[in-house]
Design a protein around this ligand. Structure first.
Ligand code: ADP
Ligand code: ZN
Length: 611
């Protein structure tokens, strides 16, 4: 459906010029051009684009080019505010109508609307219920309704919002403006459902790939303590990052440990009062280089483009959740890192949670299958991205930008290791957890081993050449490949599956990664963590830091998020190019006319004073 080699289009050239003038971006991101062209042709559009790719531009730019009013339906108030603030900074007349607005703001929005100068009006979905509003907007020259998070209209989705069902009636009452709908998650069935509920005629559909090539992917085994995460964070000083932790307490602990290392880290979870939560979210979004240690309660509706890394300090809930959570890094398209640390204990915990839930058996089985897919991803023998995108139905060749591509493991014949591990399980009666099984393999005379007489087993000590960590790696891989399992209603004991028996009795072979200790962590720590590191010399980095300081200062003065003043990429280019004149500055990525006028001289003088 996407044509990257579409014929030259004068309209698109105009759009590109407008984007450069207002936003300072000179090229479309993949997928944007086609969508914008369709929107400009007045067609209804349904576009599926991964988070961070730049969906908003697809309706903002046409809204600016055409005049008239575009209403944006968006469910997330915080996100609306940030978007409006970013647009205003770029000199666009935009406003929001939410239930949380001050009366003054509302008045100003209505005035602008009546004058016909308002280009974009953001609206919470429940607003559509206000009697007479649709008609009033229709009279005010409504040309388009842009629907953000369009999957919320589908009852199948996890985010169903009944208010979204009002959209098509609302559009009719407003005189049938064009509708452009956007979402990051919709498979073919969901797209049909969304289309049926939003549009009278089938819309032009666009589906762009789920790949986020700027994200580096890495997964590793978690060791005791928080040192892996702390090292990772310290290797990326002054970068904004999110660390997802398994529990409220884990968030608090992690934040405290990081603060002890002079990192500005905050915790965020449902156990905090709402005032503290919104203060901390604000610090993170508006500040520069804040690290948030959060449960999954954090992230929805946080639209910060310059998050430079996302770490999972424990196994995420599912592949879908993982994909969505890592997607919060690098939304500006610049390089960003991800790291997931997990242990078999996490998997056991998740299985217990699934088993103890109220769901019916079918649902539980489905959840277990999804968990298995996640574990298989963690222990993937090759390219992470192939496995990740394969799960979502995309096929790619090895990506060259994940821990396994950075440093491809030479797979070994794992038959003997697998047989040793599984015979420890079999000989002890499939009744024991890892700790004990590994003691038996390594020939340790622990109290438990002695009490059960397991030192007399033929398997006792057959694996003393490997460390405990290495045996853990073997067990993780056997689990990921489906050779061993834990009964869901059990107590942490390991059992051998049918596939495992075939391997144990040499009817089937198995290839394993050499049992190693900290895969992933090592390779992702060694690589340069982002564009600033890759592109700037030591001297330029000093300028970059000074520019960021200026940005933060201006942000604090105006109460705006720092990134709405200039993106990281813009400051990096400034530091590298060192423009001396407003003219030269305007050629830098992200410097539109309005920002040049408002901030140009301040940043120019920073550059001058630093060189
Ligand atoms: P989405 O809604 O798809 O998650 P956004 O619309 O919030 O993503 O865009 C993410 C970031 O990308 C924003 O900071 C936006 O300004 C930026 N962006 C959008 N289009 C472009 C482009 N063509 N070039 C550079 N940056 C862009
Ligand atoms: Zn790869």
């Amino acid at each position: 459906m996407l044509h990257s080699d579409s014929p030259p289009s004068p309209q698109l050239d105009k759009a590109r010029a407008k984007m450069a003038e207002v936003f300072g971006y000179h090229d479309f991101r993949p997928g944007q051009g086609e969508i914008i062209e369709s929107v400009l042709q007045g067609r209804d559009v349904l576009a599926v684009m991964p988070t961070g790719r730049g969906k908003s531009m697809c309706y903002q730019l046409p809204a600016l080019m055409r005049g008239g009013l575009t209403v944006v339906i968006s469910p997330l108030i915080a996100l609306m505010r940030d978007q409006v603030s970013a647009l205003q900074t770029a000199g666009v007349n935009a406003a929001a109508l939410t239930s949380a607005d001050e009366a003054d703001d509302r008045e100003a929005a209505w005035r602008a609307l009546d004058e016909g100068s308002l280009r974009l009006l953001y609206m919470a979905p429940e607003r559509m219920a206000v009697p007479g509003l649709a008609e009033r907007l229709g009279r005010a020259g409504l040309t388009m309704i842009a629907v953000d998070e369009a999957h919320c209209v589908s009852q199948w989705g996890h985010d169903f919002r009944p208010d979204y069902l009002r959209i098509s009636d609302f559009a009719r009452a407003a005189g049938r403006p064009q509708i452009a709908a956007f979402t990051a998650t919709a498979d073919a069935a969901a797209r049909r459902d969304i289309s049926a509920r939003l549009f009278e005629q089938p819309p032009a559909e666009f589906v762009s790939s789920f790949d986020r090539p700027n994200l580096h992917l890495a997964v590793g085994a978690r060791r005791q303590g928080n040192s892996q995460v702390i090292d990772f964070v310290k290797a990326r000083p002054d970068r904004a990052g999110i660390i997802y932790c398994a529990s409220r307490k884990a968030c608090d602990d992690m934040a405290e440990k990081l603060r002890a290392e002079d990192v500005y880290a905050l915790s965020y979870h449902a156990g905090l009062d709402s005032e503290t939560r919104s203060f901390r979210q604000d610090e993170f979004v508006k500040g520069d280089g804040v690290v948030m240690c959060a449960t999954i309660a954090f992230g929805m509706g946080v639209d910060k483009p310059d998050v430079r890394y996302v770490v999972h300090a424990a196994l995420p809930k599912s592949m879908e959740a993982y994909y969505q959570e890592i997607g919060r890094a690098g939304r500006d398209g610049d390089p960003a890192d991800t790291l997931m640390l997990w242990s078999l204990g996490d998997a056991a915990l998740r299985r217990r949670q699934i088993n103890d839930s109220d769901s019916d058996d079918d649902r539980k089985r489905m959840e277990m299958r999804r968990l298995s897919a996640l574990i298989a991803y963690c222990e993937a023998p090759q390219c992470r991205r192939q496995t990740l995108l394969g799960y979502f139905g995309d096929e790619i060749s090895p990506c060259g930008h994940c821990d396994l591509c950075d440093d491809p493991p030479q797979l070994i014949d794992g038959a003997v290791l697998a047989q040793k591990a599984m015979s420890a399980i079999a000989r002890t009666g499939q009744r024991f957890g890892l700790e004990h099984l590994i003691s038996v393999l390594r020939g340790l005379k622990t109290d438990k081993v002695m009490a059960r007489g397991h030192d007399a087993l033929p398997t006792f000590g057959v694996g003393e050449d490997l460390s405990k960590e290495q045996w853990m790696s073997v067990f993780r891989q056997l689990f990921a490949s489906g050779a061993i399992d834990q009964p869901i209603d059990g107590h942490g004991e390991w059992i051998i599956t049918a596939k495992g028996k075939d391997i144990l009795f040499a009817k089937q072979g198995i290839r394993l990664r050499p049992p190693e200790e900290q895969r992933g962590v090592r390779s992702s720590r060694a690589r340069p963590s982002d564009a600033a590191d890759q592109l700037l010399s030591e001297a330029d980095r000093t300028i970059y830091i000074a520019l960021r300081k200026k940005r933060l200062e201006l942000a604090k003065e105006s109460g705006k998020p720092a990134y709405t003043i200039f993106a990281d990429r813009t400051l990096i280019e400034m530091a590298a190019e060192k423009p001396q004149t407003p003219e030269a500055l305007s050629r830098i990525f992200g410097v539109g006319a309005r920002k040049l006028e408002r901030y140009g001289s301040e940043f120019l003088s920073v550059i001058k004073s630093e060189i």
